[in-house]
Design a protein around this ligand. Sequence first.
Ligand code: ADP
Ligand code: MG
Length: 336
Amino acid sequence: MPLSEFSLIERFFARRARAQSGTPSGAILGIGDDCALIAPQRDELTAVSTDMLVEGRHFLPDADPQALGHKALAVNLSDLAAMGAKPRAFTLALSIETPREAWLAAFADGMFALAERFGCELIGGDTTRGPLNLCLTVLGDVPRDAALRRDGARPGDDIWVSGTLGDARAGLGLLRGEWPAALHDDEDAAFLRRALERPEPRVALGLALRGLAHAALDVSDGLAGDLMHILERSRVNAAVDVDAVPRSPALEKLPREAQLRCALAGGDDYELCFTAAPDARDAIAAAGGRAGVAVTRIGTISALRHPADEPAIAWHDASRAPLSLTLHGFDHFHAD
Ligand code: ADP
Ligand code: MG
C-alpha cells in the first residue's frame, strides 16, 4: 500500500524529530501545527539559509539515499558555519515521485545522524509528490557583532582555507571515469568519493573564528568563484599562491593541471575560506586545532589600485611566477 502523506511525515520525520535527544533548539512547538514556534535568543541574531538539491543537477539519480540525507543537511549547516552561527533548527521541503520506505528510512538516517551531532532540530517542512527535490532551510544563532560576513576583508589580511580543496570534484570525476590512468588505489578512491558524498560542515571552526576572521564564506562553487564574492563585497583584490592551496594525497595522484582545476574551480568542497589580520595567525592556528581541522594560509588581500577598479585575483605559484588561469570553462556537476 502506498504511503499517505501524513503517515510518511509521521513515520520518517515527525517521530524521529521528537526522538532527537535533548536538542537545545528552543523550539516551543515543532512539527504538527500550522507553524513551528521558536523562542528568540536574547541578544543574538537569527541566521537563516536555504539550499536546494535537485536530482540530475546536484546529485545523480542513483545516489545513496543515506549519503543524500547527510549532504542535504551538511550543505545547509555549512552556510551557518560560514556565518559563524550555531545551528539551531531546520525545515525540510521534500518532493518525491514514488515514496519508497527503504529510501525514506535511509535518507532520514543520514539526515538525523548529522542533525543530532549538531543539536539541530527538525521543526517543520512540506511534503509533496513530484520530481525528487530536497530543500532545507536552517536557522542558527550568532551574537549581534560576531557574524562572519563577506564584506569585511581588509587590505593586508591573510587569506585562509580549511581542510583540503578539490576532493569532491575529483570524486565526481572518479564516478564519471575521468581519470582512469591516475587513480588505482581503492583508499584514494574511497576518500574522494566520501568528500563528494559526505562533506563535513565546519561548524566548530566557524564558531572558533568569531572575533578573529574579518570575512568568511563556504567554498561550494570552487575557490576561484567563491573568493571573488568576498572580493566584490569587500571591494579588495587578492593574490593567491596556487601551490599553497591545500590538496589531499589522493588528489595529488592526478596530473598537476587536473589537481589545480579541481582545487581552484571544482566545487562542492564545503570548506571555509576566510580572511584575518596577520597578527591573528597564532589564534587562527589554535582555532583550527580546537575545531579539529587544518587551516592553511594561501594568499593576501590588497587594496584596489583605483576605487573604480573591478576586484581581481592574481594567481601565482610557489616561485611567485604569475599564472594566468582560465578556470571558468571547467564544468562541474554542481554548476550553480
Ligand atoms: P500545511 O497543510 O499546514 O502545510 P502539512 O500537512 O503540509 O501542513 O504539514 C503538517 C505538519 O508536518 C506541519 O507541521 C509541517 O511543518 C510538517 N511537515 C510536513 N512535511 C514535513 C517534512 N518533510 N519534514 C518535516 N516536517 C514536515
Ligand atoms: Mg504543507
